[in-house]
Design a binder for this molecule. Structure first.
Ligand SMILES: Nc1ncnc2c1ncn2[C@@H]1O[C@H](COP(=O)(O)OP(=O)(O)OP(=O)(O)O)[C@@H](O)[C@H]1O
Length: 256
């Protein structure tokens, strides 16, 4: 394959994804591409199929038909752990952390899972990957709380540590469900800025589902609008947030 052919392959591509739950079509022939280096926000009304899309791309739900290709290879039939190993990570609305362990221990558990180590909580001073884990915590501005229990931290810090845990898995694509939900509104932009900068430094592309249009306009490079299981529109934040359909169906709903 030549360099120009390699450059043409999207980071992730879906082809004709379809899934129904009872009478509801949560994915209706969804074909789209995600380009490396462009942070994509997914917006849309409640029940539009945004989370279903993330679940299909990460292997948690298998589509009735259609395909997911990552870096040109079909990952549709793979279980979630194999999709993670290929380079697609996921962060949830509620951080998936061990709250009675420290931030550093949470990273240690993630690194151990990545490397198939049997004793994740062996003494810290013996851990070969300690520098790598501290670098990840520094990347998300949380090095100063490395030895604090997660339960004692703010929601913003928990979100950032959750991202560091995802980065420990060395993904090339990170899919996130509402990365700043639950964070105090005065801290949302700061958390998002740290998060986006950390992903850029680690060369990880992000896709994030978001209901806060302020976050979308400031932190996304591109926006895709979901409606009734379909991709209705796609464009820059300025184009999308000024679109009458989005004002009516998405922004209007938020104001109500
Ligand atoms: N496992 C499931 N079983 C049955 N129905 C489901 C399942 N997952 C999703 N649905 C339904 O599919 C539709 C799309 O759900 P999804 O969670 O993807 O929407 P969403 O756009 O993420 O919504 P929200 O913004 O409210 O989180 C909804 O009607 C939902 O109730």
């Amino acid at each position: 394959m030549t360099a120009s052919q390699t450059a043409a392959v999207p980071l992730l591509e879906t082809r004709n994804l379809t899934i129904k739950f009872g009478g509801i079509t949560a994915a209706d022939d969804v074909s789209m591409t995600i380009e490396a280096g462009r942070n994509l926000a997914i917006i849309g009304p409640n029940g539009a199929g945004k989370t279903t899309f993330l679940n299909i791309c990460t292997g948690w739900i298998k589509p009735k038909s259609g395909q997911v290709l990552f870096e040109g290879r079909d990952i549709t039939p793979l279980p979630p752990r194999k999709i993670v190993a290929r380079g697609v990570a996921r962060a949830f609305q509620i951080p998936q952390l061990f709250t009675e362990h420290t931030a550093l221990e949470n990273l240690l558990i993630a690194v151990s899972a990545r490397e198939g180590l049997r004793n994740p909580l062996r003494p810290m001073h013996r851990i070969r990957q300690r520098d790598e884990m501290m670098a990840l915590l520094e990347m998300v501005n949380c090095a100063d709380v490395a030895d604090r229990l997660v339960v004692e931290l703010s929601e913003g810090q928990r979100k950032l540590i959750d991202i560091a845990v995802a980065l420990a898995l060395k993904p090339r694509l990170l899919l996130m469900d509402e990365p700043t939900s639950g964070v105090a509104s005065s801290q949302k932009h700061e958390v998002m800025e740290i998060l986006i900068a950390a992903l850029a430094k680690a060369r990880v592309t992000s896709v994030f589902v978001e209901h806060d249009m302020g976050i979308v306009s400031r932190h996304a490079d591109e926006v895709a609008v979901w409606n009734t299981g379909r991709v209705q529109l796609r464009g820059t934040p300025a184009q999308i947030l000024a679109h009458p359909d989005v004002i009516r169906d998405v922004i209007g709903e938020e104001i109500a």
